[in-house]
Design a protein around this ligand. Sequence first.
Ligand code: UT7
Length: 323
Amino acid sequence: MNERHSIVRSVGAYLPARILTNDELAKMVDTSDEWIVQRTGIRQRHIAAEGENTSDLAAAAGRKALENAGVGIEDIDLIIVATTTPDMTFPATATLVQQKLGMHHGAAFDLQAVCSGFVFAVATADSYLKNNLARRVLVIGAETFSRILDWTDRTTCVLFGDGAGAVVMELGKEGPPERGVLASSLRSDGRHWNKLYTDGGPSSTRSMGLVRMEGKEVFKHAVGMITDVVHNVLDAAGYGIDDLDWFVPHQANKRIIDGAGVKLGIPPEKVVVTVDRHANTSAASVPLALSTAVADGRIKRGDLVMIEAMGGGFTWGASLIRW
Ligand code: UT7
């Protein structure tokens, strides 16, 4: 097979300095560290400082990914920012990141698929590269979810955090796919929109709205949707579950991650978990988890890595990457 594959050259991440613990949250709403840990696995989350916006987090993660790739911003010709929490309704946060990174050429746009945004952005970058619409892409997942939470609603405010992660993607050499994005599967089903949404927006209420969720309903659908796309991707690439070295799932809830792992038959030691420290950072969760596992030496060159995510819409998707 001589098809060229887009490779992931590097990863980078940024987390705001401020850590909010479960015990601190228990002073704000009627909850407890015990409940949060038992039901979600979350122990703490990072919260962006006042004046620190999604574009700041995104630019910091992007800089790190560029540094780790050993390339400069002049070598990038497309920036995609997956986010649900843009600095402004417009312009796209990606253009603000472009300005912050000093890039005056190429193109930049946002992608909105909520928690699945990074997986959708990887698949989008892969298509741009394969179709010669870009040479090297900075793909970022960045969120300040703390800004759209109702801090009096204990059913949602304990679940989310802020952060950003980024990868540099480029087209690999011609020849057998030694590295790269081997297959992706993207799905959505708008019949489920009102199970996880914000109760406002520019067009409907002229405001941004806050997160509302039927947690149990989301939970009920999550494992089945995740396992479906993972199987689709493995089938498309001609691999089986046992071939996977690492499973890097969206970090929403430890119980969902465990449930998907069990249903797929992936042993826990192959599953990257960061939800305990980061909580659910939406589009940032997968690149943050990738960055963690690359930095601590678990994910190595040549490893077969499955990323997946599921979120509002519903949207869900997975990509298989030879690292
Ligand atoms: O990226 C996708 C985004 N979202 C998700 O993936 C979330 C998916 N859903 C979940 O993770 C879980 O459904 C939750 C963690 C949100 C909730 O866990 P659950 O086991 O489904 O709990 P529940 O909603 O059935 O609530 C059980 C009880 C309720 O009390 P009663 O009615 O049994 O008296 C809730 O009011 O827990 C109560 N509760 C809380 N108690 C303490 C809900 N939130 C809290 C809280 N602290 N923070």
